[in-house]
Structures are given as structure tokens and as C-alpha cells.
Ligand binder design. Structure first.
Ligand code: PEP
Ligand code: MN
Length: 324
């Protein structure tokens, strides 16, 4: 159960409320304007008699920590805000392999005005025989090239033991689709001190996705960015089925920014442009795009990776599609 407090609360009113709550249940998380109780108290409506209370969210409410309107997170990295009306473009290779190509891609992205660069260093692959990244070496190379160009870095963290090296080098940590249900990982990321991009699992309902975000929030991390990356449906001719509806729905049901990944959502570079347009017109806060100077050389996901020219084409039209 969650209790949101009013913005202006007299100390005596807050004390009175705390006294009552502590007699009714166990507080498991406490912030300036928010309390989380392990269980719902027997008569939650009684809480509205206390002057300090703004809103009570019970198990039955459709709302949770991540949709508590007055706790909208501010995600700002070196002056760049995610959400709150800005359109964030995150671009870069699926997986980092060759340093020369990474450097050239980073320079080209920076020249296009891209501020956020993605790059996988350790991948979760469906087949154990597929290339799964160069690990720590790629992480260090990525971080040093990004630093030279003042790019903000985004990379996937595949397991709790990777959190420490990743936070040393990476600005935004990504939870991949295969890990959305990995609650120990989400819990550990609650204390990582980095914003987290939470990708939707291939078959996750909106509720399961929001509850995964809730795991991060309860563990202490409110800098959460949802990412729609396509879901699994009966349609098998594309890698996944893009769920554009998730964009307005998640904006309605949560206070979190949401970005869209047309590369994994379609698996085909020919559809990255139209789906990017659709997502922006639907009100998305950002795009996560697989981009390389030479997609043909990409060791992973080359078929869905666009080149710089295609990126430029997409970016040209985006400002006219943004809905205010
Ligand atoms: C990725 O973005 O690198 C990735 C592996 O995506 P997903 O987890 O959505 O498959
Ligand atoms: Mn990929």
C-alpha cells in the first residue's frame, strides 16, 4: 500500500499520521512525500481523515509508485532531460566489436547532433553459439570513445555482477527484454544510482511491465524509462509486432517516460523509418535505434540496423511529428 503526502504538510500532522500507520502496519519504504506499507491496512479510507494524506493507493487501485502523478521523476543527464517534452534519440550499434568502426560510428552520430549512444557489450543470445559481445574490453572502449565526444552512454546490464563495472563506465543501464522478469536484477538496479531503461518482455502485459518498473522503484530507483520493443503475436513474418498503443497507454497509466525501439520491434531496417514516425506521432519520449556506419559488417542484428544516411532521413521529419 502506498500513501502519498500533501506537498505542504505540518510536522504535527505528519507525526499524527505516522503514529496511526505504525499502529496498523509495517512501513517498508519512506520518502519525503511517500510511504510504502507492506500490506494494505484494513480500512484504508480512514487515512483520508489525516490532514497530511493526499492519496492512498491500495492493492486494488490500478495505480502504483510508478504512476503516482506527484512523484514524476526528473531524469537529467549532463543537462539532457529525458521525458518532459524532449524527444531523446539514442543511437548506436547493437553490439560493439571493432574499435575502428565504433569510433567512426560515434563520430558520425555526434556530427548528426546525437547526444545519447547505445552499444551492447555483453548480450543475451537465444542460441549459445551466437556472438555475445566482447565484455569488459568493449565496455572500456565504448566509454573512452564516448567520453572524447561527450556522448551519454546506454548499455544493457545482463546480470547483477555486471552492475558495478557498468555503473563505472555507463550513464544509463538497460534491462533487456529477456530480463524484465529478473526480479533480483531489478532489485539490485534499485541501488545502482543510474537511470534504467526497462524493456518490455516479449509477452508481458502492460500490468506486468509496470509492476517490473515498480520493483525498481520500490528498491530505490525512480529514474525509470520504459521501452516498447515489440511483442510476440501470431504474426511471424516480422521479428516482433510493434505495439504503438503501448505509448499513449503507458503515458496514461504511469508517470514514466517511454521510448520506442523500432529496430527490435520490426527486425527489418526498411520499417525503422515508418515505425519511428508512428511512435513520435503517438507521443513517444524517445527512440532507441540500432545505427552503424556500415550495417553490413555488424556482427549482430545487421538486418535491422540503419546507416547514418537513413538516420538523417528519419531525424529530418521528426520535429514536425512531435505532439505537444
Ligand atoms: C538491445 O537493445 O540490445 C536488445 C538486445 O534488445 P531486446 O532486449 O529488446 O531484445
Ligand atoms: Mn540488437
Amino acid at each position: 500500500m502506498i500513501i502519498l503526502l500533501k506537498h505542504k504538510v505540518r510536522e504535527a500532522d505528519q507525526r499524527q499520521l505516522l503514529h496511526y500507520i505504525e499502529s496498523q502496519g509495517e512501513i517498508i519504504h519512506k520518502e519525503e512525500k511517500l510511504l510504502v506499507l507492506r500490506e494494505d491496512i484494513p480500512e484504508p479510507d480512514i487515512l483520508y481523515r489525516y490532514k497530511a494524506v493526499a492519496k492512498v493507493i491500495t492493492r486494488q487501485s490500478s495505480c502504483t509508485l510508478v504512476c503516482a502523478g506527484n512523484s514524476k521523476p526528473e531524469i537529467v543527464i549532463r543537462g539532457n532531460t529525458i521525458g518532459h517534452g524532449d524527444l531523446t534519440i539514442i543511437a548506436g550499434p547493437c553490439t560493439i566489436d571493432d574499435t575502428g568502426r565504433l569510433r567512426e560510428t560515434a563520430h558520425a552520430l555526434s556530427e548528426e547532433g546525437i547526444k545519447f549512444m547505445r552499444g551492447g557489450v555483453q548480450k543475451l543470445r537465444t542460441s549459445p553459439y551466437s556472438y555475445s559481445g566482447a565484455g569488459l574490453k568493449a565496455l572500456e572502449t565504448f566509454a573512452s570513445i564516448a567520453k572524447e565526444l561527450e556522448l551519454i552512454t546506454v548499455s544493457e546490464v545482463i546480470s547483477p555482477e555486471w552492475i558495478v563495472p557498468m555503473t563505472e563506465h555507463i550513464d544509463i543501464l538497460q534491462v533487456g527484454t529477456r530480463n524484465m522478469y529478473n526480479y533480483p536484477l531489478l532489485k539490485a538496479l534499485g541501488k545502482a544510482g543510474r537511470p534504467v531503461i526497462l524493456k518490455r518482455a516479449v509477452s508481458a502485459t502492460y500490468k506486468e511491465w509496470l509492476l517490473a518498473a515498480e520493483h525498481l522503484a520500490v528498491a530505490g530507483n525512480r529514474e525509470i524509462i520504459l521501452c516498447e520493443r515489440g511483442i510476440r503475436t501470431f504474426e511471424t513474418s516480422l521479428r516482433n509486432t510493434p505495439d504503438i498503443a503501448a505509448i499513449p497507454v503507458m503515458k496514461e497509466r504511469s508517470c514514466l517516460p517511454i521510448i520506442f525501439d523500432p529496430s527490435h520491434a520490426t527486425g527489418d531496417r526498411r520499417f525503422v523509418l515508418p515505425l519511428s514516425y508512428a511512435a513520435v506521432a503517438a507521443g513517444v519520449d524517445g527512440l532507441l535505434l540500432e545505427v552503424e556506419i556500415n550495417p553490413q559488417s555488424a556482427p549482430v542484428d545487421g538486418g535491422q540496423t540503419i546507416n547514418i544516411e537513413e538516420l538523417r532521413r528519419i531525424m529530418r521529419k521528426l520535429p514536425s511529428l512531435i505532439v505537444q
